[in-house]
Design a protein around this ligand. Sequence first.
Ligand code: ADP
Ligand code: ASP
Ligand code: MG
Length: 460
Amino acid sequence: MIVMKFGGTSTEDAAAMRNVLRIVQAHHSHQPALVISAIARATNELEQISRSAALGRKDQALELLASLRRRHEKIVAETIVDRERKADLHAVLSDYCDGIAGHCIRLASVGSLTAKAMDAICSFGERMSSRVVAAILEENGIGTAWVDAADFMATDDNFGRARPLLPEVGEKLERIMTDCVSRGLVPVTQGFIGVTAEGDYTTMGRESSDYSATLIGSLLGAEKVQIWTDVDGILSGDPRTLKGVRKVRRMSFDEALHLSAFGAKVLHPTTMLPLIQKGIPLEILNSKRDGVAGTLLGATSLPARSLVKSIAHKRSVQVVRMRRGTSRNGWGWEGISNLFAEHGLNVLCSTFTLNEASLLTDKQQMGDELLAAARSLGEVTVEDEKSSVTLVGDGVGRSGAILSRLTALCAGEGISMIAGSAAASLTIVIDSARLTPVLQSLHREWIEAADDPEIFEPVS
Ligand code: ADP
Ligand code: ASP
Ligand code: MG
């Protein structure tokens, strides 16, 4: 069997849904299980609806909800002809929207928003889109079973970033899958969402449908997982920022992990984890160009020749600099990393010397408590308005040649930090104002000039 995940842009309108149908038809003989994201922008809108309601702007929340509902209904009107199926689907969508409206009314009267309430509301995005996908497949003769993630994706109650409870998820999934296979049905379920032991919907973090798909694929021992999105695969850089990007034919899980952790939105950073141990391959494919080969991710990549395969970036990061004080207690890589982890700050990479430490983190205000704790170790300064640029490729983080060329190319760009994280990446932090020209110049140097046909393919 295979797992196929369709992201928001792959389900955003009737035309996109027809592509999904065609793709599933083409892969039907491989026994697909489908993992669906909310339609494009729906989760943002559901978050907005929650916030508006909690601020007492109930009418605004309900207006946004009506517009989200219209987007789903337009897709239904343009794809479903069968009267009974259409009526059933309308009833389900109505029910869901009433559910969201009920939450809004409660939030407006309470006047505050909890992560639990936000998850309850956001869970409707994936439930709506997956219902529509299942109905479209049925309409076109593909027997489907719509599976509520709440029937198997048991999680803890860490709302907003819940973690799955693994043996339980595996057992439940296995039973559902055996049942679908014996009835010859394609299961259609939701990414992103799960459920607590008390029956409350949870979410596993923004963009985490990728992770839902690989987790499901791993637990079911799928032959491969496919992530269908709106680009041809993993590209040599973010096409929204860079010109002349190439498609990367193959990448290792480790390289992809670095790429996503350092900002490439194409995959959620946890996506690779469930597949690594079992060595299940992952394909990234374009749902709008389904004949085109995508990027294949596996345990190993093509020749490890210290080649830069892609360049990731993150805007709005900050560099926290620490200089050791007179007290020796707590100073050291482990002590400082633990301190940041305990306060929930994700350290992307760091450099340490005997007396100095620099840590790259996503831009979050260092809370007073963390600042005070860090200051007990020494002098602390925080630089923001920074952006990170990360060269990714097996061996790149340990290549002296790449490091010296990078430093030369970026001389005069106000470099705040350079750090190699393990072998697969090398990160430089610069002023945000210089981000685009620096990205383009590094792309020219390492991708366009190299243009190795074994690794890259042009994007048409
Ligand atoms: P989906 O809705 O399918 O999950 P996302 O928007 O989350 O899609 O991810 C796909 C987007 O990731 C692309 O449209 C592209 O703009 C962006 N992206 C950023 N970096 C890369 C990269 N290196 N390769 C491919 N896409 C990238
Ligand atoms: N719909 C969710 C989000 O937008 C999950 C996902 O798309 O992966 O974050
Ligand atoms: Mg995504």
